[in-house]
Design a protein around this ligand. Structure first.
Ligand code: TYM
Length: 331
């Protein structure tokens, strides 16, 4: 059976981009596949959170996973640092990851720009730890958004190199995956091409946002002065609103505003009101479950313990096989 794995960094609340890039696929696949979904808290250390922030963020992400429909009885849902076997695989993979290729990675270059005073080596080897996450359970498919494409390519490189070095086909070649479609990239409300948690609060719609907050954020989203001639090409900020509409609104609504845009009769205020209503309709049940689960810390702890136990079983098997392949003492 194909193995599916994905994860999200524990750096704050989940947003629509996380949902449509990764979680949505998972909610579907967990019924038919062997699925692992984890919270990347080791990865979050690259930005040096305080212990209180780290703990609160991990719990928050776990609550939001469950609220989004991930089922701990169907999928293995765990916290990365509960499965320290990943650190050993990470170390072993670093021996075949070349500094030059890590330095060329787009996300590393971006991080250097964003946090010039904290260019730690964890940022450089970030893709190796991510490859270790994936290969630890020998995953075939990795549901992610478009921004993770290069990391997946690197995971394939490291897996292939390991297999060639030891002359076997131990690790499958993991593929970035989106249900029946191209990888998605949900844009931001501030006119930027990506919704992200580090882009500021006016950019993202969080799964826990209230109706009022959603309305306020969308009504303030960047627009332009409107189309001046029929079938005019859309500015990025306008395209962004249409792109978000594509994932939450029905076909007739989208067609209505597309036509209004191409005929220059569109009123952005009306479009935003409709978009805010559709986003809220989509998010409301998830938000309600988040608030319910926030009242059940014991249940959340049990879910984490149960997931850790299942994930460690699979991890221990891989580590023991990898040690044997490399030639470490087995008895
Ligand atoms: P992270 O935490 O930045 O994002 C988690 C997931 O959400 C997707 N995503 C988006 N998809 C579409 N549009 C967006 N605007 C958007 N923003 C985020 C991301 O593509 C991702 O799927 N390195 C990873 C976490 C990770 C991981 C892994 C993922 C660590 N190890 C192993 C898969 C497998 C990250 O930082 O994702």
């Amino acid at each position: 059976m194909e193995i599916i794995l994905s994860g999200i960094r524990s750096t704050g609340q989940l947003h629509l981009g996380n949902y449509f890039g990764a979680i949505r696929n998972f909610v579907k696949l967990q019924h038919t596949h062997n699925c692992y979904f984890f919270i990347a808290d080791y990865h979050s250390l690259t930005t040096h959170p305080t212990p209180e922030n780290l703990q609160a963020n991990v719990t928050q992400v776990l609550v939001e996973y469950l609220a989004s429909g991930l089922d701990p009885e169907k999928a293995t849902i765990y916290i990365q640092s509960d499965v320290p076997e990943v650190c050993e695989l990470y170390l072993l993979l670093t021996m075949n990851a070349y500094v030059g290729e890590l330095e060329r990675c787009t996300s590393f270059k971006e991080k250097i720009r964003k946090q010039p005073n904290n260019v730690n080596s964890g940022l450089l080897t970030y893709p190796v730890l991510m490859a270790a996450d994936i290969l630890l359970h020998k995953a075939h498919k990795v549901p992610v958004g478009k921004d993770q494409e290069q990391h997946l390519e690197m995971a394939r490189t490291f897996a292939g190199r390991f297999n060639r070095l030891y002359n076997n086909d131990y690790f499958p070649s993991p593929k970035a995956f989106n249900f029946g479609d191209a990888l998605v990239k949900i844009p931001g409300l501030d006119g930027s091409t990506k919704m992200g948690k580090s882009e500021g609060d006016a950019n993202a719609i969080y799964l826990a946002d209230s109706e009022k907050t959603i309305h306020k954020k969308i009504m303030r989203a960047v627009t332009d002065s409107g189309p001046e001639k029929p079938n005019q090409e859309k500015a990025q900020a306008i395209q962004n609103l249409f792109d978000i509409m594509t994932v939450v609104s029905d076909k007739q609504t989208i067609a209505f505003f597309e036509e209004a845009y191409s005929k220059c009769t569109i009123r952005y205020g009306d479009m935003k009101k409709q978009l805010a209503a559709d986003v809220y309709k989509f998010i409301e049940p998830i938000g309600n479950r988040i608030r319910e689960l926030n009242q059940k810390p014991e249940f959340i702890r049990e879910v984490a313990d149960y997931g850790a136990e299942k994930a460690r079983k699979s991890a221990r098997k891989t580590i023991s096989e990898v040690r044997e392949i490399i030639g470490f003492r087995t008895v």
